[in-house]
Design a protein around this ligand. Sequence first.
Ligand code: HEC
Ligand code: HEC
Length: 266
Amino acid sequence: MAITSPASPRRSGRRHPLATAALLIVGLLATGGAYALATSTATAETTAHTAEMVEEGGKLFAANCASCHGILADGTAAGPSLIGVGALAVDFQVGTGRMPMAASGPQAEVKPVQFSQEQIDAMGAWVAELAPGPAIPAERYFAGDGDVANGAELFRINCAMCHNVAGAGGALTEGKYAPGLANIDPIHVYGAMVTGPQNMPVFSDMNLTPEEKNDVISYLRYIDENPSVGGFDLGSLGPVSEGLFIWIFGLGGLVAVTVWLTAKSN
Ligand code: HEC
Ligand code: HEC
C-alpha cells in the first residue's frame, strides 16, 4: 500500500543556487577538521627544548658537523641539508655512531658513539629549532611492552624483505646493506622507522601508528631475549638455506652411499 502524497511537490527546482556550494564547503571543512584531529592525536608527543640546549647544540654543530652539512645546516656537496629532519634524525644518526661521518662510502658506517646523550640532545634541539621535524617520542612509544605477535606480523610485511625475518640483516644493491637488528636501542629502532635513513623507507604514522611501531620494537626485543633455541640456524634464511643444506648434504650423502655400494659389489 504505497502512499504518495500529492501535497509534497518536487523540491529540487526550488533550491537556492548557492546551496550545493555551501553544502560542499561544509562537507569539506568537516572531513578536513576530522582528519586533522585524527592525525594529530595519532602522533607521538614531543619533548621540550630549552634555550641553553639550543645554544650548546649550535656550538657543537659548528665544530663537528658544519664542515659537511654547512654552517646553517642547509647542505654542501659533502652532506645533505638537515633543515626539517628533526631531533629524531640527529638522535638516530649520532646516537648509532653513523655521524659525524668519517669516510665517504656507499653508506655511513656504524662507529663508536662520539658524544654524550646530553650533547646529542643539544644538537637535536638546535636542528629542530631550524624547522619543525620528527621529535623524540614519549617513552611509552618505544617501551617494547606491546603486542609481540602483531609486531612480528608487521615486521614480516614491512621490514623482512631487507632486514631478514629474524632481523639478521641482508645485502642491498650498490654496496649498500640493511644491517642486522640484534640489540639495537629501542629509540634508534623508532628513529630508523620515522626518519628512514639512506635506502630505508620512511614509515610515517599513517603507515605504522606509534602503537604499531611499539609492537615492532617489542618483537625485536623478543628476538633479543629469546635467541635461537639450538641447532644450526643457517643464517636464519629460512627454507632456502635449509633446502640447500638438505640438497647438498642429504642428496650428496645418498649419492656417496650408492657409489660406495656399487663399488663394493664389483
Ligand atoms: C664527513 C661529512 C659529514 C660530517 C662531518 C657529518 N655528516 Fe651528517 N651526513 C653526511 C652525509 C654524506 C649524509 C647522508 C648519507 C647517509 O645518510 O649515509 C649525512 C646524513 C646525516 C643525517 C640524516 C639526514 C636525513 O635526511 O635523515 C643527519 C641527521 C646528520 N647527517 C647529522 C649530522 C650531525 C649532527 C653531524 C655532527 C655531529 C654530522 N651529521 C656530521 C655527512 C657528514
Ligand atoms: C628497503 C629496505 C629496508 C626496509 C624495507 C627497512 N629497512 Fe631498516 N634499514 C635499511 C637500510 C639500508 C639501513 C641502513 C641505513 C644507514 O646505515 O644509513 C637500515 C637501518 C635500520 C636500523 C638501524 C640499525 C642500526 O644498526 O643502527 C633499524 C633499527 C631498522 N633499519 C629497522 C627497520 C624496521 C623496524 C623496518 C620495518 C618497519 C625496516 N627497517 C625496513 C633498509 C630497510
